[in-house]
Write a protein that binds this ligand. Structure first.
Ligand code: SF4
Length: 388
């Protein structure tokens, strides 16, 4: 996992220039045993207050300003006393080590590969649009959900990311986006965010309160874990929710998204309805267009029925190539027919512009390269029979 061959890192400066870290980041902030390091973005404000309880009160404001206004860890804040910087640096060191950067040919998409202290690897993608800049963050190293068409799913699960590891991705994107303002954060990178629920929620609160990005500019994408969707509806957050549906009958959906066996479509529809009731926000149904599998007129009819019941918007995504799945995306002309069919059935539907395909940064393509061996595993789905 630690072989570092790949393109020379470029892009944002590594978040820390300190010497090598101790290996494990602990999420339990309470221990005084120094010696497990955490990301400087993991402790909340109350925990920082404890860490520097011998310092004048304004030091906390200086640290907080550094972390969330200057995107800079305490060890690099020249307005802090040297001894305090050194003390904090013993236990708080940036978790993301930049391993590779790729830029799309049009220069508007950047993908970073990071190595974490334990050798796990994750990716983050920054996308610039005319009116906004969006970062797509990973919430887990790998993913346990096993969706066959997804490069991350093909590579297996390693572990949940900590709050600090998630927030450092936002920090890196803000630094790289400057002087543009990073306006949106989407949890659509590697991993199933709801499988890392508590850290997801804390990260969302921090992004809203500390980075100053409004809840309505945040989106969480789930493959459909119903218990967590119901819980999320009650969090009092007006965050966008995207459900990766991809099939509107349980048989096909369970083939494409195995977790559907325990989270069937009727339950997903009920969860979408509740989310809308509680937050006032319409759920977006994500639908990767797979040639011959879920792009037939009968699929449009089924999808329209589900979208109407869920009172949801539909977002069609041209399927991106991944090495482990033989099926290809729907041709553009048929995507246009499909979206018109949905609209004629009274559904609000759009086609997502694909970004970063040439650097494997588009939807479903994220897979840290060290896992490429398993990514290349041939996945055979009987869904291929729909191909004919
Ligand atoms: S599509 Fe999402 S939930 Fe499914 S394997 Fe990929 S990252 Fe995991």
């Amino acid at each position: 996992m630690t072989d570092r061959t790949g393109p020379a890192p470029q892009g944002p400066a590594p978040l820390g220039s300190e010497p090598k870290r101790a290996p494990v980041e602990s999420q339990s902030a309470g221990s005084e045993q120094p010696q497990e390091t955490q990301s400087p973005w993991t402790p909340d404000r109350a925990r920082y207050r404890e860490l520097i309880d011998d310092q004048p009160a304004y030091r906390l404001d200086q640290i907080w300003h550094g972390l969330y206004q200057q995107d800079t860890p305490p060890t690099e804040l020249s307005n802090l006393p040297k001894a305090l910087r050194a003390r904090l640096g013993n236990s708080l060191q940036p978790a993301l080590e930049l391993t590779a950067t790729q830029n799309s040919s049009d220069g508007r998409t950047i993908k970073w590969l990071w190595t974490l202290p334990d050798g796990s690897r994750v990716e983050t993608v920054l996308m610039h649009y005319k009116d906004r800049s969006t970062v797509c963050v990973s919430s887990q190293a790998g993913c346990a959900m096993g969706c066959g068409f997804c490069a991350t799913g093909q590579s297996g699960y390693e572990r949940n990311l900590s709050v600090g590891e998630i927030l450092e991705q936002v920090v890196a994107a803000r630094r790289a986006a400057a002087p543009r303002r990073l306006s949106n954060v989407v949890f659509m990178g590697m991993g199933e965010p709801f499988a890392n629920y508590d850290r997801l929620i804390e990260s969302l609160h921090r992004i809203i309160a500390d980075f100053g990005i409004g809840a309505r500019n945040l989106t969480v994408s789930t493959v459909g874990l119903v218990p967590q969707m119901l819980r999320f509806a009650e969090e009092g957050l007006q965050v966008g929710l995207a459900l990766s549906l991809h099939a509107a009958n349980d048989d096909l959906r369970t083939e494409l998204v195995p977790i559907n066996a325990r989270n069937p479509i009727d339950d997903l529809v009920a969860a979408c309805q509740l989310y809308r009731e509680r937050t006032g926000r319409r759920v977006s149904l994500e639908w990767a267009m797979i040639d011959g599998v879920n792009d037939r007129p009968s699929d449009a009819a089924e999808l329209a029925a589900v979208a109407r019941r869920a009172r949801a918007h539909v977002n069609l995504i041209p399927l991106n190539p991944t090495p482990g799945w033989p099926t290809v995306g729907t041709p553009r002309a048929r995507i246009d027919e499909f979206v018109n069919d949905l609209r004629n059935r009274g559904v609000n539907a759009t086609v997502r512009a694909n970004r970063g395909t040439d650097i494997d940064a588009a939807c479903g393509q994220l897979a840290a390269p060290d896992t490429a061996g398993s990514t290349a595993t041939e996945v055979t789905l009987s869904a291929r029979s729909h191909h004919r």
